[in-house]
Design a protein around this ligand. Structure first.
Ligand code: ADP
Ligand code: F6P
Length: 497
């Protein structure tokens, strides 16, 4: 972490990304010492490897309320913090982003909350991000905006800087119009997004949902994946006519980098250590998620609890490890979820653990990348059972870490990853009987069958890594609103300064 001694040059950056979070979060210990840690979530995992060694600016929040630190450099990357007060965090981040949009975009698993004051804060903070990007972007720069927290930035930025090429990528699902239509500010969100030249989504269904919403809510015309919005006769956000392309560009992981890490001796030794400390069970089941109601952790625990109860599995032969990363802990739905999960883990352990043999190991903690790779190597069966998930990078990390060809992946059909990872043991997490049967099948299938599936999954993930994803997105952005040519979609790299 190096404080930048160079002010943004008058020329600015040719490549700028904007995301709610910077790749690092500042943490202040009780004794006042400050450390910077990798920010949580799949967005940062993916974008960190895409942006490494690129001359670019990353505009985002530094992870704590109050005055923002001065811009600083991480390698060639200029990090440009955007300040958020405690009230803004409550209204824009915890409120509108994570208690209105997040549940609405994830099939209303919990009911979304609609507050006008949250909406006003969301709009204000999106303006602040647009201002910050407008300040650091060079004439004609490429700007890549990320995720649902910044959906108004494309139009707000275009108003300020019509010279920019603007792309937006949604890391989470885009809901069907029947759900999206509940949002009191649905037209403003669509008009905000249509300020971009190209909009990327995880699955073709997400892009279709968006296109249908533009037609139904705005009356825009949609031909294939090109949306033509005739503009509005008012002076509100995004009133100008636009032609924009919206298509699926599924995200991935840094396959080569993660596999290289997973092959290190340190990781193999750590994996042995973990297995030993679990009491060398025959079968380790693993779940790794942010502690989020979208991840289906409750359904997973229900199935596991019943398998213990039915006597199909038992410690010490079989044990379940659930790693749950702390997340959005001030939002009520997340607090309730944590209580429910911890009560369920306690109940299962009370009923089925014996002294020295634990049924469920629950770790409400964050780990380093090497330790995560070691956990994946220990997992004989990986349980990825979200009720809805934009992609789920954990599924891709798991198969990448299994360079030994071992392991088995149980994967919910409601993840973006399930579109590509067809050889996984697929489940509908709402079907508890089906989930139990599939977990047992993943444990008991013949080793040959499991290896065949794993090898096919590894091939699939290797063929489409995060670098390919970024190139596809940036090619589509450069070519938008036309379809990118075949040649273009494999060639270009982002511009450097
Ligand atoms: P989301 O973006 O919803 O959190 P993803 O599965 O797409 O879900 O990405 C999660 C990322 O966070 C992965 O890179 C995963 O390895 C990482 N991760 C999850 N749990 C932990 C943890 N406890 N400690 C460290 N990293 C974690
Ligand atoms: O990918 C979904 C996402 O919401 C990202 O936008 C975010 O970085 C990540 O999950 C973690 O969530 P949060 O930033 O709210 O901790």
């Amino acid at each position: 972490m190096v404080p930048s001694d160079q002010p943004v040059s008058a020329a600015g950056f040719d490549f700028v990304i904007a995301a709610n979070r910077l790749p690092v979060d500042r943490h202040v210990a009780p004794d006042g010492t400050t450390t910077w840690k990798t920010s949580p979530g799949g967005l940062v995992t993916a974008m960190e490897s895409v942006m490494r060694d690129r001359e670019a600016a990353w505009v985002g929040w530094a992870g704590f309320p109050g005055e923002a630190p001065e811009p600083f450099d991480e390698g060639k990357l200029r990090l440009h913090p955007v300040p958020l007060t405690a009230i803004e965090l409550n209204e824009y981040y915890e409120g509108f982003s994570n208690d209105t949009l997040w549940p609405l975009y994830h099939d209303v698993i919990v009911p979304p909350t609609f507050h006008r004051s949250w909406w006003h804060a969301y709009r204000r903070i999106n303006e602040r991000f647009a201002e910050a990007v407008a300040e650091v972007a060079a004439e004609g720069a490429t700007v890549w905006v990320h995720d649902y927290q910044l959906q108004l930035v494309p139009a707000l930025l275009r108003d300020r800087r019509p010279d920019l090429r603007i792309g937006w990528f949604n890391h989470i699902p885009f809901p069907p119009v029947e759900l999206f239509a509940q949002l009191p500010w649905r037209a403003q969100i669509l008009r905000g997004l249509l300020g971009a030249d190209f909009l990327g989504f995880q699955r073709p269904d997400d892009a279709r949902n968006f296109n249908r919403s533009c037609r139904a809510v705005l009356g825009a015309s949609v031909k294939g994946d090109v949306i033509t919005w005739g503009g509005a006769d008012d002076d509100r956000l995004g009133a100008a006519p636009r032609t924009v392309r919206a298509a699926a560009v599924p995200i991935s992981i840094d396959v080569a980098g993660f596999e290289e890490l997973a092959r290190q001796d340190e990781v193999t030794e750590k994996a042995q250590e973990i297995r030993e400390s679990l009491g060398n069970p025959e079968v380790v089941l693993l779940g790794v998620d942010r502690l989020d109601y979208t991840k289906g952790i409750r359904h997973r625990l229900r199935a596991i609890g019943e398998l213990f109860e039915d006597g199909d599995i038992a410690p010490p032969e079989v044990t379940f490890v659930q790693i749950a990363t702390p997340s959005r802990e001030r939002v009520e739905a997340y607090r309730v979820l944590r209580e429910q999960i911890e009560a369920t883990v306690g109940r299962i352990n009370g009923d089925f653990s014996h002294l020295g043999d634990t049924a469920v190991h629950y770790l409400h903690q964050s780990f380093g990348r090497a330790e995560m790779a070691a956990f994946f190597q220990v997992a004989d069966v990986m349980l990825v059972t979200p009720l809805r998930d934009g992609m789920n990078l954990v599924a891709k990390e798991y198969v990448t870490a299994r360079h030994d060809g071992g392991g088995a992946l149980v994967l919910s059909e409601f993840t973006g990853a399930a579109e590509e990872m067809r050889s996984a043991y697929r489940v509908n997490p709402h079907d508890i009987e089906g989930l139990k049967e599939t977990i047992l099948r993943a444990i008991r299938d013949a080793p040959g069958e499991k290896r065949r599936r794993m090898s096919s999954l590894r091939r699939k993930v290797r063929a489409h890594d995060v670098q390919t994803w970024a190139a596809e997105f940036l090619d589509a952005l450069a070519a938008a609103p036309e379809r990118p040519s075949k040649r273009a979609s494999t060639s270009s790299a982002p511009p450097s300064q």
